[in-house]
Design a binder for this molecule. Sequence first.
Ligand SMILES: Cc1cc2nc3c(=O)[nH]c(=O)nc-3n(C[C@H](O)[C@H](O)[C@H](O)COP(=O)(O)OP(=O)(O)OC[C@H]3O[C@@H](n4cnc5c(N)ncnc54)[C@H](O)[C@@H]3O)c2cc1C
Length: 323
Amino acid sequence: MRAFAVVLPRSLEEARAALAEEGSVLKAGGIDLLDRLKERLIAPDTLVSFRDVSGLDRIEAGPDGVRIGALVTLARIAEDPLIRERATALARAAGDAATPQIRNVATAGGNLVQKTRCWYYRHRDLPCLKRGDDLCPALEGRNRYHAILAYGRCPSVHASNLAPALIALDARLRIEGPRGARESEVESFFANDPADPARENTLAAGDVITHLLVPGGRGRSAYREVREKQSFDWPLVSAAAAVRLEKGRIASLRVALGAVAPVPLRAREVEAALLGKVPDPASVRDAASRAFAAARPLAENGFKVPMGIACLSDTILEAIGPP
Ligand SMILES: Cc1cc2nc3c(=O)[nH]c(=O)nc-3n(C[C@H](O)[C@H](O)[C@H](O)COP(=O)(O)OP(=O)(O)OC[C@H]3O[C@@H](n4cnc5c(N)ncnc54)[C@H](O)[C@@H]3O)c2cc1C
């Protein structure tokens, strides 16, 4: 392995200064980053470890909702009583990810910025558009785990569990970088430009996610996923929903899907179909199927369509709760 340096900044300012150096990359928990390093997909000169940066490992409740530091681990998100109560979908998404050991190390920020698990991307000897080659073998090759919706030349899926839950909860990200601080909706944080498959989000060089901002007032929420194994696995499909009822009718609804597209996908057509309605299992299932009306399954992943409809309708019904 090529030698690299490790720096351990103690403040965000020190970390940002270290990241400004050519060849530096940010390491949070290191679950994804070290994987890519060991697979020789990346060869940084310096790892800027976020581990000791102060102030980014807190979960704080405020009048506007819950503020989660980017260094908070998935395990803490899954177990936190406040998040479990006010942002149930997020706690469940964090608790369903990976394994207990990984959840103890993996951070919220890293989970959103992790790279796709597409096996063509992860194999440095195979071509991949995300690595700058001019062809994608997944379209005609082995594509059981790939996208069925909203893909162009690259049908890899985004791997983050947290992302669909955060979209359903209408969360925002606080980002700090050389151009100053800004907030971004989670939905628009992810990039899905067929002309530039390598670009997965709107982070510019030196940008750092510092916080996840989860507002209150979105009502009850739920997250579900279907996977092949109970642990040590990524979802085949996932869904998150946040719903508020008034007099038995759906007064507000946000729905998002994971593992079916190159980005976590908000399903506005499902929201529109159910808004103002008195929901029942049949109407929810009918609405959920609209999210997949434009599906273009590949040779090996047609199973994701019925699986996605079932997962999404069960998630919405769980968020609505018993009649
Ligand atoms: C066996 C296995 C199963 C898994 N299953 C799942 C699953 O079911 N669901 C799921 O969601 N994930 C799953 N994962 C992936 C895992 O959750 C992620 O790799 C992890 O969350 C990444 O977080 P990290 O802190 O380790 O990030 P790192 O590996 O440290 O960083 C990942 C990337 O994010 C960047 N980054 C990190 N923090 C920030 C920040 N604050 N601002 C800007 N950029 C940042 C880094 O520079 C790097 O490019 C699995 C992983 C394994 C090994």
